[in-house]
Structures are given as C-alpha cells and as structure tokens.
Design a protein around this ligand. Structure first.
Ligand SMILES: Nc1nc2c(c(=O)[nH]1)N[C@H]1C(S)=C(S)[C@@H](COP(=O)(O)OP(=O)(O)OC[C@H]3O[C@@H](n4cnc5c(=O)[nH]c(N)nc54)[C@H](O)[C@@H]3O)O[C@H]1N2
Ligand SMILES: Nc1nc2c(c(=O)[nH]1)N[C@H]1C(S)=C(S)[C@@H](COP(=O)(O)OP(=O)(O)OC[C@H]3O[C@@H](n4cnc5c(=O)[nH]c(N)nc54)[C@H](O)[C@@H]3O)O[C@H]1N2
Ligand code: SF4
Ligand SMILES: [Mo]
Length: 802
C-alpha cells in the first residue's frame, strides 16, 4: 500500500515537454487483492482535480481504491485523500435514520414522517409568505443530476431566487473571472497543457497541498529535461513557493497592484502580441492606461515585495512561449477577488497565450463537482450558462422545462449565500434547506452564523451523511448516501466528465439526495404547464439526459455525452457534440470567444463596484467574439491591520484534511497526520511576543478567538495562518468555541462574485501557555475579545468564545 502520508506526492516520473505523462498506479486495499470481487469505475470526490479511480468491493463493502491508469486526468495516480478517504463511508456514526426536532430535541422518525414535516412546512410557508420565503443552500460535492433536480425544484417548482451553492465560498470568483473576460464560464485549458508549457505562474494556489496529483504532474515536468520555470505569488512559504524560481510573498490583499505592475512591465517592454490584441480582444487602450500607473516601484511599496523581484517575475512571464497560469483562493477569497483574477486572464490575452497547447489560464476549481453546481444552475445562475437578462435565453429554458416564463425568477440576479443567511437573520426567509455543506463551520463570523442557524425564526432542513455542527441545529435531518453509494456524473476543472457508479448500498435508511429531492417534488405536486410532473424522472440517467439536451448549442454543450459514452471512458471533456464525440481538449483554439451579446452568459460587471451592466450598454461595446480586457485599479482593503489588531490572518488548508473534516477526521491515516488545529507565524512575530515553537497562543479578532499551538515558519512577517478544518463535532466540549478559524473571520464579500473574503482579517496574538512547562500567564492579560461591532452582526446573543 502506498505511503502517501509521509510521501505525499510519491515517486517522481519525470517527462519532457510534449511527452505523455508516464503512468503510475496508486492503490490502497484493506484486503488481499484476490478478495476483491468487483472494481467499480468512479473518480475521486475529494478535490476538483477529479482523478479517475476504481472502487474495490468485497462482501458488499468498499474495501479500497485504485487509480485508473487509463484516465486522462491522473494516469493512475492518487493523493493521500484519494487513497484513504473512502474509509469515511464506514464510519460507525453515519446518519442512518431521519430525525425530527420534537420538544426541542432531534428524535428518530421514519422517512414518511420526516418528509411530511418538510412538505407541510413548505406548503404553509408558500401559502402564508410566497416563494420569497423559501431558500435552498446546496453544495459543490453532490452529483450533476442532484444539482439539476435541486435547480428545477427551486427555480421551476417553487420559483424562488434564493438558491445558491457553497460554490459561492469556493469558485464564484472563478466563474465570474471567466465570464467577465471570455463571456462564459468554463476553463479554456486542459491538464495536458502542463505537459507542454515552459512556464508556470501560480497565483494564490497552494497546489502541492490542495491538488496533490496536479502538483505531481508539475513536479514531474520540473524534474524532467526541460524544466518549466515557476513564478509563485503567495504570502506564505508553501511547498510550491519553495520550488519557485521567483516567489513574490506579497502583502495579502494586494494582488491587483502586483498584477497591474506585471502587466505594465509586459506592455512597456513590448512583451505583447499586437496581432492577437488587435484581432481577438477589446479594451486594450484602457487596460494600458490603467496599468501605466503601476510601475514596479509603486507596486513594490503597496505589496511589500522588492521591485526587482516584480521585474524578474515579469521577465520570466514575458519570455514564456507557453505559459500556464493557475488562480485559486489566494485571489478568490482575498481583497478585490474578481478584479485580480481577471488581471491574470489579461496577462494571457496581452501575450496571446490561450487556445493552444501549453498556453492557458486556469481559474481553478476546488470542490470535485463545483463545475456541475455552476452548469446546472444550482448556484442560482440559469442552467447551461444561460443569461438571465437575455429574454431569448429565459424562453429557451422555460420551453425546455415547459413552465410559464413568470414562474422562473429572472428579474434580478440570484440571491447569494451570505444574503440568504441575512434574510434568515431578519426573518424574511422562513424555510431553508441545506444540502451537502456545513455552514456552522465553513461560513465566516461563526458566532453570528450559529445564532442565525440556531434561531427558531425559520425551519431548517439539513441533508447530510454525518452528524455535523449544522445538523445539530436543524429541525429535520435527512440521512444521505455518499459517493460510492450512488450513480451520477461529475466534471472536474478541465471540463473532464466522469460517470461515477454506485458500488455499494447506503447504510441504514440513508437515501441519495436525488431520491430525496424527487420524493419532495412528488409530494409538493410540482407540475409543468400541462399539468404533468415537473420532474418526471425515475433515475439519475433521466435527469442527465434532460440536462445534456438543454446544453445543446451552448458553450458547455454535452449533448452527445450520454451515460453510454461515459461508461468505461477515461474521462471526456466537454463540449461533446455529435460533431465532436471524443470531446474537446481546448476551448477557443480559433480565438473566437462566446462574448457575442446573444451568446454570452452575462453582460458583466464593473469590477470596482460590482454594478451590473445592461444589454444595451454591452451591445454598444460590441465584443462580438473578442475577449474582453477589463482593467481595475488597486483599492486599499476596507479593514487593514490596525493598532489593536496589528497582524493579518489568512486561513486555508492543510494537505491531510478536507474542509470541516466530516470525512477526513473519520479516516485514521489522515486524522492521525493532523489531529489538531495550529497557528503559523513568523519567528520575528513570535519572539517579540515571547512565543516559542509549540506554545499555546490565542489569536483574537473583532469577532472571536482561537487557541492553538504555534508553529514558527518562513511565512511573511506580520502574517498569521490558521487552517479552517477544525470545528467542534469531535471535540470533548463542543460548546467551547475556540478552534474554528471562522470564529475570527469577517462578513465581507467581493462586489462582483459575492465570494466571502476569508483571507482578510486583522488579528492580534497572545501567548496563553508555555509549551515546555504548560504554565499559563496570570488571568486578565488578554481581555476577552469584544462582541461583534459589525452592523450586520447577530440579532441573538453572541457566543463570546471562552
Ligand atoms: N487537502 C485539501 N485539499 C483541498 C481542499 C481541502 O480542504 N483540503 N479543498 C479543496 C477546495 S474546495 C478548494 S477551494 C481548494 C483551495 O485550494 P488553495 O486555494 O490552494 O488553498 P488555500 O489554502 O485556501 O489558499 C491558497 C493560498 O492562498 C494564499 N493567500 C492568502 N492570501 C493571499 C493573497 O492576498 N494573495 C495571494 N496571491 N495569495 C494569498 C495562502 O497563503 C494559501 O497558501 O483546495 C481543494 N483541495
Ligand atoms: N476560513 C475559511 N473558511 C472557508 C474557506 C477558507 O479557505 N477559509 N474555504 C471555503 C471553501 S473554498 C469551501 S469549498 C467551503 C467548504 O465548506 P463546507 O461545504 O461546509 O465543507 P464540507 O466539510 O466539505 O461540508 C460538506 C458536507 O457535505 C456532507 N456530505 C458529503 N457527501 C454528501 C452527499 O453525498 N450528500 C449530502 N447531502 N451530504 C454530503 C459532508 O458530510 C459535509 O458535512 O468552506 C469555505 N470556508
Ligand atoms: S488530487 Fe484531488 S481528486 Fe486526485 S486523489 Fe487527490 S484529492 Fe482526489
Ligand atoms: Mo472550495
């Protein structure tokens, strides 16, 4: 069995530019090989890389996994989470029965009682308050068919705009950066571009820990004969930064200033592709004028990095022939998220680095099925990347669903997750159904979120496979099947679609989300214009066929991608049409972008304010097939570190855990590798506070506090990092709220993508106890953190940590 705990990336298999990535099969089996009865094709559901794997089954149980050697994504490899993560399904504390809150406590009930409670409350809320009192908050970790059912129920059945996914916290900025520049969601490139590139540019992306198999591919190129150069932008000295030729450890929140300076260097040194700009883009004059205000010296001051390093980075990028860039949470969850992500697109556009092998930008995804949430409209957008402001698009959808146009809410943008929570807080939402996400740990400013979710002003339904901090607050808990216990499709970050097959039955009375949603639709009697059932499906394949028919002619056309085409495949990239039955490796190879007014997914936004552009305005600029260069000025963050909170907190991930650890804490190998939360800081910041390695420290913000042992490391001075994985479900005293990073974070979001800024919190740091002696300083040296001063703070009593 592979030891992917101590040896995370496994053995190097170097290769040269243009060669095929060598095969290497990783396997983890709990039984001897010859005890395996069946291998069931699937893909890993623990990040957006989407590695193909086969699930080993014996005696009706999952007994292991093996990377699929024929899969285009991973060529057989798996990382630590992929190898070991499947064991979570066997956990003794899976939810096995529905529960209903009776006299204040959750009690076991049968499915009919639970679903009757959900349906009766839905009907009562609809009758008394109308569809705007109903809300749905779903995931980036279900299957495409489940999202599509969720979307049709919320939009076509109930008619509410209050539908979003946790993709809002995750890849809303990826989606919007792609739409603003190229006219539509969907990453243009392919993982094979890593195989061809000569330069890698990673912005706010700790790929070594968060997409370990993708990093293996990059490492194998870097160990090969023609090593691509690597530029990394990250305030932390990550594993990726250590491997860099140029590491820009910028001040958090200053991405726009840095990227503008890089663009300025490229333009002023004539490292641009004039013919490409003239023929295939619009907006260059304004972009050039904007970035002219960011000479390297000015950016150096804003970003706190030496000007010569900025020039060096620009030189590397400017001399690249085949450039692959990736962007992730260091941009999406940081200040000016969409504005910054778009500047990375701009670097590719000014250099003509798109639509050919080795030249692309990845606006990365994080969750395994985030792309499906977006394609099916479960993030509130219209499915199939249809434009809610375009009447013809709306009609296309209502015709497909056979519902009246007025049933489909399309008078304003959909309500984003933080806004849905706000409506719950103020009382205008009376019913919220949370599926496949754990907001009581993953949303910012947790004392407020707990107060909102715990209030009895609305009815809370939660569908999950495990008891979580969120199910504990629910009125109804619905036990669900997990990956491996259901069949359906999912799409990774380079548009590769996999069909994941059911390998085993779910435990107890657990049901698939698909079955639960279909049951709800039936009980609610949702019908189409002709009185026929709105969701006439019996199995996931029916929903998939309906969805792919809807995509016909759209940028995400999957009309030829039925289950038969997917079965046994090593992954197929959309678009996949009758004309392109093998899928499409790269988008925009003809340099025609889906920006035409009748085709684009949205008319776009002002990057500084988030103001929505209208159709007339958009048509005036006539992008018609050209990519759009959108400029943005750097703006200082709204709440920088200050006298009381002099340090900058960023939050994120470690390699062994997945999000709120509902799965990975239940996997011995992974949990033992990282059993407790920690705080990373620079030795200078530690020494000035008399903090040594391993000392227990308290991180406090305006909103709460976290206590954890200190880890001294080479991250940027003034920066503190806390992983956000640790909540309370497996803590001895779950009411002692001192462990989750989101106790500290603020309620603020990007104006365009509405993604919360999890990486922008001023904090202070104090020592609580000595690692060596365990002694605590006298009480009162650090006053308890103030309750929230935020006007959007909790209406109920805040729970001040300790
Ligand atoms: N092991 C593991 N892997 C995962 C996940 C997991 O939970 N665990 N989750 C998956 C999901 S859903 C996601 S979204 C991805 C996220 O994957 P990543 O985005 O790679 O992960 P993060 O740790 O959130 O943040 C990346 C980096 O951003 C840097 N950063 C912070 N502020 C700034 C800034 O202002 N500018 C720049 N340039 N960088 C900054 C941080 O120092 C951090 O190293 O990972 C996926 N993969
Ligand atoms: N401070 C801070 N906060 C963050 C981030 C950060 O970097 N810093 N990152 C943000 C990002 S990028 C993300 S993606 C979010 C993730 O935040 P969450 O979505 O809250 O994270 P998970 O722990 O993955 O929650 C998924 C839930 O779905 C359940 N589940 C698993 N499979 C199924 C299934 O098939 N059906 C159903 N119904 N349930 C299932 C799991 O048990 C789990 O409870 O966190 C965000 N929050
Ligand atoms: S890289 Fe992502 S998809 Fe691949 S095995 Fe690891 S967690 Fe799973
Ligand atoms: Mo994410």
């Amino acid at each position: 069995m592979a030891d992917r705990i101590s040896d995370v990336w496994g053995k190097r298999t170097p290769f040269a530019a243009g060669d095929s990535w060598p095969l290497r099969v990783d396997e983890c089996l709990a039984v001897p090989q010859d005890h395996v009865e069946r291998w069931v094709p699937s893909a890993c559901v623990l990040c957006a890389n989407g590695c193909g794997l086969d699930i080993a089954v014996a005696d009706g149980r999952i007994v292991g996994v093996r990377g699929r050697v024929e899969d285009r994504v991973n060529h057989g490899r798996l990382g630590p989470k992929g190898l070991f993560g499947w064991q979570a399904g066997h956990s003794h504390d899976r939810l096995l029965h529905p529960q209903l809150r009776i006299d204040g406590a959750l009690r076991r009930v049968d499915w009919d009682t639970a679903m009757t409670a959900v349906t009766e409350r839905s009907l009562a809320v609809l009758a008394d308050h109308g569809p705007l009192a109903m809300a749905f908050y779903t995931s980036g970790q279900l299957l495409a068919e489940e999202y599509y059912a969720q979307t049709l129920i919320a939009r076509g059945g109930i008619g509410t705009p209050h539908l979003d996914g946790n993709t809002r916290l995750c890849t809303a900025t990826a989606e919007w950066a792609l739409i603003e520049s190229f006219g539509s969601d969907g990453n243009p490139g392919s993982h094979t571009d890593i195989d061809h590139c000569d330069t890698l540019f990673l912005v706010g992306h700790n790929v070594a820990e968060t997409q370990t198999v993708l990093w293996s591919r990059m490492l194998d190129r870097m160990h090969g004969p023609d090593r691509p150069r690597l530029v990394v932008v990250d305030p932390r000295l990550t594993e990726v930064a250590r491997a860099a030729d140029v590491h820009l450890a910028l001040r958090p929140g200053t991405n726009v200033a840095l990227l503008n300076a890089l663009l300025h260097e490229l333009i002023s040194n004539d490292r641009i592709d004039r013919a490409f700009l003239d023929n295939h883009t619009t907006g260059f004059t304004e972009l050039a004028a904007t970035v002219a205000e960011y000479p390297a010296e000015r950016a150096a001051e804003i970003c706190g990095v030496p000007a010569h390093l900025i020039r060096q980075a620009a030189h590397v990028i400017g001399s690249a022939h085949r450039l692959v860039s990736t962007v992730l949470q260091g941009v999406y969850q940081s200040h000016q998220a969409t504005a910054a992500a778009v500047q990375v697109n701009n670097i590719h556009l000014v250099r003509g680095m798109i639509g050919r092998p080795g030249a692309t930008v990845f606006q990365m995804n994080g969750q395994p099925t985030a792309e499906n949430t977006r394609e099916t409209g479960a993030n509130g957008a219209l499915p199939a990347f249809l434009n809610w402001q375009n009447d013809a698009h709306v009609r296309h959808l209502t015709d497909h669903w056979n519902i009246g146009e007025l049933r489909l809410p399309h008078w304003s943008p959909p309500t984003h997750a933080m806004e849905i929570l706000r409506h719950c807080e103020t009382g205008s939402i009376k019913f919220l159904w949370v599926t496949g996400t754990n907001p009581a740990v993953s949303l910012p400013e947790l004392h407020r979120i707990r107060a909102v979710l715990g209030s009895d002003r609305f009815f809370l339904v939660v569908s999950d496979a495990f008891p979580t901090e969120t199910t504990a607050l629910a009125d109804v808990v619905l036990p669900t099947a997990m990956w491996g216990e259901k069949t359906g499709c999912f799409t990774n970050v380079d548009r590769t679609v996999h069909l994941s097959h059911k390998a085993v039955d779910p435990p107890g009375e657990a049901r698939t989300d698909f079955a639960i949603l279909l049951d709800y639709a039936r009980r609610m009697h949702f019908t189409d214009r002709d009185g026929r059932p709105l969701l006439p499906w019996h199995q996931p394949e029916d929903a998939w066929n309906d969805f792919i028919a809807l995509t016909k002619g759209r940028p995400c056309d999957q009309s030829a991608l039925g289950y038969d085409r997917l079965r046994g495949s090593g992954g197929v990239q959309w678009p996949c049409t009758e004309a392109t039955p093998d899928g499409t490796e790269r988008l925009y190879t003809d340099h025609v972008f889906p920006t035409a007014a009748d085709r684009c997914e949205d008319y776009g936004h002002d990057l500084a304010t988030g103001a929505q552009h209208q159709a007339d305005e958009y048509r005036k600029h006539h992008p018609a097939g050209r990519a759009i260069l959108k400029a943005a000025h750097y703006l200082p963050p709204h709440e920088p570190p200050n006298e009381t909170y002099p340090l900058h907190l960023t939050t994120g991930r470690g390699v062994y855990h997945w999000h709120t650890r509902t799965k990975t804490a239940r996997v011995p190998e992974l949990n033992d590798a990282a059993p407790e939360v920690w705080v990373e800081l620079h030795p200078d910041d530690a020494h000035s506070r008399d903090i040594a390695e391993g000392d227990l420290v308290r991180v406090s913000s305006r909103h709460g506090a976290v206590e954890a042992p200190a880890v001294l490391c080479g991250n940027r001075p003034g920066l503190v990092f806390v992983p956000f994985h640790y909540g309370y479900f497996d803590q001895k005293d779950p009411d002692r709220h001192h462990r989750a990073a989101n106790e500290l974070t603020r309620t603020e979001w990007d104006p365009v993508s509405k993604q919360p800024l999890y990486k922008m919190t001023p904090v202070r740091l104090t020592k609580v106890a000595d690692a060596a002696t365990g002694s605590r300083p006298a009480a009162g040296t650090d006053p308890a953190p103030a309750a929230t001063e935020d006007p959007t703070g909790p209406s109920g009593a805040p729970e001040t940590p300790r």
